[in-house]
Write a protein that binds this ligand. Sequence first.
Ligand SMILES: [Zn+2]
Length: 479
Amino acid sequence: MDVRDYIDTNAREFFDQLKSWLAIPSISADPGHHGDVRASAQWLAGHLTSTGFPTVEIWDTGPAGAPGQPAVFAHWPAQDPGAPTVLVYGHHDVQPVEPLDEWHSPPFEPAERGSQILGRGASDDKGQVLVHTLGLRACLAAGSQAVPGAPPSAAPPVSLKFLIEGEEESGSPHFADLLRSRAGRLSCDMIVVSDTTMWAADVPSMCTGMRGLVDAQIDLRGAETDVHSGSFGGGVPNPLHAMAALLAGLHDDQGRVTLPGFYDAVLPLTGAERELFARLPFDEKAWLADAGGSQAAAGEAGFSTLERVWARPTAEINGMWGGHTGPGAKTIVPSQAHAKVSFRLVANQEPADIAVALREYVATHTPPGIEAAVTFGGPGVRPAFSPLHSPGVQAAKRAMERAFGREVLFTREGGSGPEADLAEILGAPLVFVAVGLDEDRIHAPNEKVEMALLLRGAEAVAYLWADLAADRAGITAAR
Ligand SMILES: [Zn+2]
């Protein structure tokens, strides 16, 4: 039986299994649902065992006194001990479901509507995780098709490890620690991440990077208290003026960020990437409508909108406050000014370097008589990036093209996630293979997934494992 026949024959059973998993409300952000997150991990562990994985474990996370939500690990060694090892990353926790009254069917009573399955987690990320077990079963069933009448393969063509996290939707607070403490068992030649989206159902694409993130609060303080603007105004520094100037100076007139050395480490877009981005059918009007009805595109000069949000770093003022904001007038020189700012980073910017640059920028832009403090929300998130011509990306592109019967284009994600930790701590390249769509309403009411895309995704990973086994030299040399 070939891969596609196997998938079509088993599609009904696959969707029924997905629906039973989607019925478990594994909302990691809600302590009232932590029992469900564990039940979801147990469901997945049972499913992986019945798929044939000889090793399946539920890994608890977090310190003993304040445990986190469990991840699921599974390992199935290849028949050939020299085959490459691939780690599949996804997550089994889901976003909260409020506002409930906007759902057309209850979020944890998964429903089929035409070509779609509706339910929380259908696209992000349970559907995309299950793609891998269906794909693996198809790969095994097709393994010996070259020899008529031969039994299916007893083991996959590459050594497969799964790490399916239970805290991704709560910011992965224990994920880096888990990776460090289990790095030996998670060692691999390549990491396949299935938690992103394709451009469109008829435009298959692969993501090749995600932006990093640094966030900070800036506090400026002048006098000990607010003072009368008649008695003192014009004679003492005003922290809100200083803050406004400092924030206005974050960009030059070309829309470039002015922090010292901000662009030094930025990996420039290649001509090939720019050409591929430009071939995506991008409707800027529709994109602006999605952007909260924004009235115009804006950003760094010399780059297209997609380049700006995917491949260029940014500085954003998230909020600013201070002084009198109540009704009527209050003629004061305020004593304090505050602002929250954040920076999206791209390869190869380091969050720690950007933090140093922000401190230096604030220090040089704070006038005499005002004290400044900069506080960071955390260590930040590193950007993630997979070069287009890496063997893993090229193998996944071939597999996707075979499954979809179309050329695969490339995208990136403007957002940030735990993927950079995976690459950094495990020391292996990332390859993003995903079949979600931006229109899947992830994190929103009425999340859905396209059933046909899940099946094509399963087909793609079945081809991918076989392709990687054939090109093992390329994959292991790329590490
Ligand atoms: Zn996700």
